[in-house]
Design a protein around this ligand. Sequence first.
Ligand code: NAP
Length: 420
Amino acid sequence: MSYDKVEVPEDGEKITAVDAENDELDVPENPIIPIIHGDGIGQDVGPAAQKVLQKAAEATGREIHWMRVYAGESAREKYDENLPEETVEAIREHRVAIKGPLTTPVGAGFRSLNVALRKKLDLYANVRPTYHLDGVPSPVKEPEKMDMVNFRENTEDVYAGIEWEEGTDEVEKVREFVEDDMGFDETIHQGAVGIGVKPITEFGTKRLVRKAIDYALENDRDSVTLVHKGNIMKFTEGQFRDWGYEVAEEEYGDEVITEDTLWEEQDGEQPDDAVVVNDRIADNMLQQLLTRTENYDVLAMPNLNGDYLSDAAGAQIGGLGIAPGANFGDGRVLAEPVHGSAPKYAGQDKVNPSAMILSGRLMLEYIGWEDASQLVRDAVEATISSKKVTYDIERQIEGGEKLATSEYADEICKNIEDLA
Ligand code: NAP
C-alpha cells in the first residue's frame, strides 16, 4: 500500500507470512521494521533502542531498514489525530514492529492508544519475560531465581472498554437492566455509579492459553500456570481456568499433563518432556512470586491479572527500566517495554532504555535472529555489570557511573562490537 506521511525505506524488503497461524514468516536479511518512538521518554528510549538493535543486526550480517510511524503526540502533530489509520496499516502490512510508550490520560480524554493498537491488530497475547541480568539491583535477596514468561490476554476482560460514565442515561439504563431485568435488585448502591463489563470468552481464553503452552513446549519449560480469581468471579475468571484446562487436556495429548493427574496417577513425578498445567488464585500467586519464585515458569492470565502481576514480577528483577514485553498475534508481533511514558523525564536523555532494547530482543527472536538477540542480552548485561548505568540503577548500586540514555546505548553498542 502507499502511505501519505510514512516514508517507506527504499532498500528494505518486507517480512511476509508463510503460515501466519503457526507464526511462520519469511524474513529477508534487510527487513523493513516500523517503529513508533512513543510519547514522553519515548523520544529518548526509542532512538537508543533503534541504534542498539541495528548494531546487533549489523554484527550478525544483516541490516534493519527502520520505518518511522506515528502515534500519540507525534501523530497529533503530523496528522491531527492520535492513531492514524496508516500507522495501524503499516504495522499490519509489515508484521513485525516495535513501539515506545504512549501516554494515556486518566479519566477523561481518549481511550488508551496502546489498548487500541493491540485490539486493531488483534495482538491478543502480551508476553513479558522476567529474568534477571547480572549486576541489576533488585529489592529481593535472590533475584536470579526468577525466570518466568507471562502471557497476558490482551483483548478482553475489563479492558474491553465496555463501560458507562456516572450520570449518563446509558449508565442508568444498565443499572435498571441489571437490577430489574437480571434480578440483582439492591446490589448496586444508590447514587452515582460507573459500570463496566468484564467479558471473558472461550475463544479469547483458548487462543491465549494455546500460545502459552506452545511457548512452554518449544522452549523446554516445565509448567504453565493459569492465574485467575475464579473463587470470586466464577463465570469469568473461573471460566478462564476451566477453558484453560480444556485446551491442555483436549489438544496436547501426552505432551501436557495437569497437576491433578500428575499427583493422582504419577505420584508427583513429572515426565521428562511433559509440561505441567496448574492453576493458582491471583492473590496467592502474587505472594508466591516472592516466596516460591523458582517454582514458576510460564504464566497465562486474563488481562487485568496479567497487568498487575507482570509489573510486580518486573520489580523483582530490577524494575520498569529493565522489564521488556511484546504483543503477539498470529504471524505478527509488536514489541513494547512494560513502562509508560514517564512524562517528568521526557527529553532529558536520562532514563534507562534497557526495557525497550530488551523488548527488541523479543522481536529479533520472533524473526529467528537468535544470534542477534543473544548479543543484545549479553551486551546489556556486560554494560550493567561494568557499572556504567543510567540514573535508576546508579542510585541503587555502589560505585556506579551515571550515563545519559544515549551514552548508555553507545556503551552497549561498543560491547556488541567486542562480543560479536
Ligand atoms: P511510567 O511512565 O512507567 O513511570 C513510572 C516511574 O517508573 C517513573 O517515574 C520512573 O520511576 C520509572 N520508570 C519508568 N520508565 C523508566 C525508564 N525507562 N527508566 C527508568 N525509570 C523508569 O508510569 P506512569 O507515570 O504511571 O505512566 C505515565 C504514562 O504512561 C501514563 O499516561 C500511562 O497511561 C502511560 N503508560 C503507557 C504504557 C504503554 O505505552 N504501554 C504502559 C504503562 C503506562 P522514578 O521516578 O522512581 O525513577
